[in-house]
Design a protein around this ligand. Structure first.
Ligand code: NAG
Ligand code: NAG
Ligand code: NAG
Ligand code: NAG
Length: 338
């Protein structure tokens, strides 16, 4: 009697997980094992949290890596994005450093990762979602996009101008057009419906879909072609633009930041994901009522300290200078304004 009352309470009081955790930066270099496997160097610079020239989908990521820079000790996934540069008025480029996010300020750059079952503001998180499988990978965004209409295929890849470190709205699809006091945050939300069969696809996108109607936030249903609801994977990356505020800025209305492949519009914001959680640890996390990181350890999930995350780093495979004032972006790119 007592036991069943407790159980009933446990189930009614708790939904599933909404986790928000950090991964420190592993390495910043010109490699892209998803879109340009085997190409060393790849065409543009990325920042990553286990990485190599090619990542064999047959191989288990967790088995390949010796450490992870993520807070969940069983998460050996790769989360990566392009890198931001500042273009000075004399035409040279300097890499924009990254910061740990709010609540993870001692992390060595990197990104914050969310896995959620329902909209972020829904504290109940009642839906059950299916975790990604070993070998799963995906890409979101369009490296060629230079117009709002081409970027609009990927709503939910955004920028937030950080007037304070915790500013979260408004979000824009183009780069912010003014100085952002505490930096610029990029938010990257992946599609939430899987075809249930393919771990990858030739464009690394078509095995995933947005909901058929509505949005993930409104609980829109998955299309019949992509019936498996995976929940929302989202990254947040904080770019420390402060040190560029005192330099000369453009006076023609353009803004000075440019992605590592030349996009100065911001419309080509994109991100890559290679699943690498050990065994079924992601599903276990998703099925437990752990909210943000405040009480995740109480459900038996292995966590590591930010100091230990920061210790997991990797020497760059590609040897080139990416950090001086550079006459061209690594790979030979120049800023393109639509
Ligand atoms: C963890 O937090 C969630 C959300 O606030 C809550 O439902 C759950 O009961 C908490 N678990 C523990 C063990 O405190
Ligand atoms: C990375 O790839 C190179 C070349 O394929 C290989 O020699 C090296 O052992 C790999 N490193 C790791 C850490 O897997
Ligand atoms: C270009 O401008 C930057 C920023 O003001 C400066 O640090 C750098 O020395 C300049 N480079 C050249 C070649 O003038
Ligand atoms: C987890 O997977 C590894 C291989 O990656 C395997 O050696 C290990 O036995 C598995 N552990 C559990 C608890 O299933």
């Amino acid at each position: 009697m007592r036991c069943s009352a407790l159980l009933a309470l446990a189930f009614s009081a708790t939904g599933d997980a909404l986790v928000r955790f950090h991964c420190s930066q592993l390495v910043t270099e010109r490699l892209d094992p998803l879109v340009q496997p085997g190409e060393n160097p790849s065409t543009h610079v990325h920042q990553i949290n286990s990485f190599n020239v090619t990542m064999n989908p047959e191989k288990d990521m967790a088995g390949e890596s010796t450490c992870t820079s993520c807070q969940f000790a069983d998460d050996f996934s790769n989360y990566w994005t392009a890198v931001l540069y500042f273009r000075a008025q004399n035409g040279t480029y300097k890499r924009v450093p990254q910061l740990g996010n709010n609540q993870f300020t001692t992390a060595n750059g990197g990104l914050t990762v969310y896995y959620m079952q329902d909209a972020i503001y829904d504290s109940a998180q009642k839906s059950h979602v299916t975790a990604f499988q070993p070998g799963f990978r995906m890409f979101i965004g369009d490296v060629q996009a230079r117009t709002l209409s081409s970027a609009s295929h990927y709503r939910q890849l955004t920028y937030t101008c950080l007037d304070t470190f915790v500013t979260r709205t408004p979000e824009t699809i183009a780069f912010p057009d003014r100085k952002c006091k505490e930096g610029i945050m990029t938010s990257l939300r992946f599609p939430t419906c899987w075809d249930g069969k393919n771990l990858d696809s030739p464009d690394h996108k078509s095995h995933m879909s947005y909901p058929e109607t509505g949005t993930f936030e409104s609980g829109g249903p998955c299309p019949s072609t992509h019936p498996v609801r995976t929940g929302q994977l989202m990254y947040e990356v904080v770019w420390d633009t402060k040190s560029f505020h005192d330099l000369e800025w453009p006076t023609d209305g353009t803004q000075p930041f440019v992605w590592s492949f030349g996009d100065a519009s911001g419309y080509a914001n994109h991100a890559d994901y290679i699943f690498g959680w050990r065994n079924d640890t992601l599903q276990k996390v998703l099925d437990s009522p752990c909210h943000f990181m405040t009480n995740c350890s109480e459900y038996g999930h292995k966590l590591q300290s930010i100091d230990d995350m920061n210790k997991c780093t990797q020497a760059a495979v590609v040897q080139e200078n990416i950090d001086e004032w550079l006459p061209v972006l690594p790979g030979g790119w120049q800023a393109q304004y639509t």
